[in-house]
Ligand binder design. Sequence first.
Ligand code: AMP
Length: 387
Amino acid sequence: MTRIWPGETVGILGGGQLARMLALEARRMGYRIAILDPDPEGPAMQIADVRVPGAFDDPQAARSLAEKSDVITLDTEHVPAALLELIEAIKPVRPSADVLRIVQDRLEQRRFLEAQGVPQVRYAPVSDVEDLHAAAKVAGFPCVLKARRSGYDGKGQVRVGHPDELVGAWRSLGEAPAVMESFVDFEREISVLLARDLEGNLRFHPIAENVHRRHILHLTRVPARVPAQLASQAEELGARIASALGHIGMMAIELFVTGNDGLLVNEVAPRVHNSGHYSFGACVTSQFEQHVRAVCGLPLGDPSLLRPAVMVNLLGDIWRDSGPAWSTVLRHPTARLHLYGKRRVSPGRKMGHVLVLGEDADSASALAESIAAALERGTPPGGSTWT
Ligand code: AMP
């Protein structure tokens, strides 16, 4: 069993905000960081010790990353599994190519969950126009058509309300292989955030309650408003999924809570996750440190919540000519500003987040929402005062 100690190098495939926060925590612990990403100025590249600019499907670049690292992990599941397999021969890769192969394809993921007896939405594969109509019969209307690969933040998915919209929806996805899912009229969305170490031990961060806007995570609230029994059922599902996959590292399992406290798994991400960002400031061990611990073969840390917390995402939409007035956030002593250092701004792009710690989640939520609304309005706080 290979353990990687502080002073050694953690290599990350992907240099976005998740890699940046992993790198921040890993560096605090004394690790060196190597990043492979096509963007030489991306969020994690800015703080890497070793930069390997290159595409995710470039075997040469991946080999170079592996040679410069002691363990490899990733900040995106959209890395070709074959490439991971290639570098598994050079250095330990956690999570493995086998995990990625299942998770990065929505259809494979659904079939895997079905084989594990995990409750999920009704679904059917779509590979041509004939399948479309048959799949819609399985899913019913409304339904959601999702591309099998490369989807995130609502990209690569369309809601279909009526049979007449089916062909248009399929075309809008570029007629890519897809999965049709029934649309769930859920009561709440939650995520289970767990870590699994090399020995198979599991630790759970507090369950996150998530609110999405336009299919993009808007806000996470912790503790989640779910009964204890439902929370343990959700954790049991997460444990079953992570153990059956033989996963190493953090994993996020997004679930819908339906009427009568039913649970349906929406999606599995074999990595740190946006809905776990609250842990970076609100927990004894953040999801980022926990992931580093797991992939380096260290004992897992304590994921307990220090204080109720609400995380709200900052999207590119609030950037106008001069950028947001950060005093809107910074004048609140219990609000923590996280910016990812992205140079290119576009609507819907995740640029940063604000974490608000509170006496209780209701007051944290009220403050987080008021900060988000002020940033959206673009109202600068009066003059040079902080009140
Ligand atoms: P996903 O990319 O699958 O995580 O979807 C992003 C968000 O879109 C989810 O968190 C939900 O808010 C919404 N969504 C996705 N699939 C469904 C579905 N089958 N029914 C209802 N809402 C969905």
